[in-house]
Design a protein around this ligand. Sequence first.
Ligand SMILES: [Mg+2]
Length: 324
Amino acid sequence: MLGEFELIARLLVPLARGRRGALGLTDDAALLPPRPGHVLVATKDAMVAGRHFPEGEEPGAVARKLLRVNLSDLAAMGAAPDAYLLVLGLPRSLDEAWLEAFVAALDDDQQHYGVGLLGGDTVGTEGPAFFSLTALGWVPHGSELRRAGARPGDDLYVSGTIGDAAFGLHVAQGKLAPADPADAGHLLGRFRFPEPRLRLGVALRSLARAAMDVSDGLVGDLEKLCRASGVGAELRADLVPLSPPARRAVEAEPDRLAAALTGGDDYELLFAAPPTARAPVAALARELDLPLTRIGAFTAPGEVVVLGATGEPLALSSRSFTHF
Ligand SMILES: [Mg+2]
């Protein structure tokens, strides 16, 4: 195992290159100059081996997911990402090669998403490996997206497809074995490498009344948005967009639809927009080459009701994925 000093100097300092405020990771803290007219958006997520990713997961997948789930929260606020802080909790079992692969993947992703390391901490642990990342971004003052703001009569949209990650976890756990190996690969890939909807979040600043990212399950997260907005919602289960591999999984076992609607890790954006925004939302979907699907509507304050194709209410046994 590398000493902390060598780990920082050799592996982490390169992640801070080009960021003057990081001070080469040699000072007590970093400097982040304000952006005039903007508010700083900050978010933090942690991942623990054996709980949020399998013990044997490859280091690059851990690194990319750690960064991306945080960037997803920035996207949900309409923020453009800027920088991040990182905590590594490392057991002795993780060797130098593991850390090198972790850092190489993080470096690749940080260039892709335009962020850089500002600081953090590295600690040894007798317990499982854990990682925590604080992502920082900027949004023009007053145009941040909040969970509060949806009104009765607003359309309910979701980006991308829902349920892939939940099914990907099932594939990883051996609970789902698609006939086509390409389906298994697609579902696993969506579980391991979520795509933060950053461009969508920025575009929604002027279109959406409320937004959040779907991390704990579509239905449970919709309930959170409704609570924050003081509204109810009707969700049409038959309109929820499924990828072809997820659709095949549901066709093989219809009960799986509930898992798609309540499973976690989608990292798509759920948002409210008035019916007058339908044309601009459709145009945005084409521009981003990303499905933006109307899956229901917001209603007067009340429950989130999940409806089937013929308007019949569906009962879901579990509405959300909980980590504890
Ligand atoms: Mg979130």
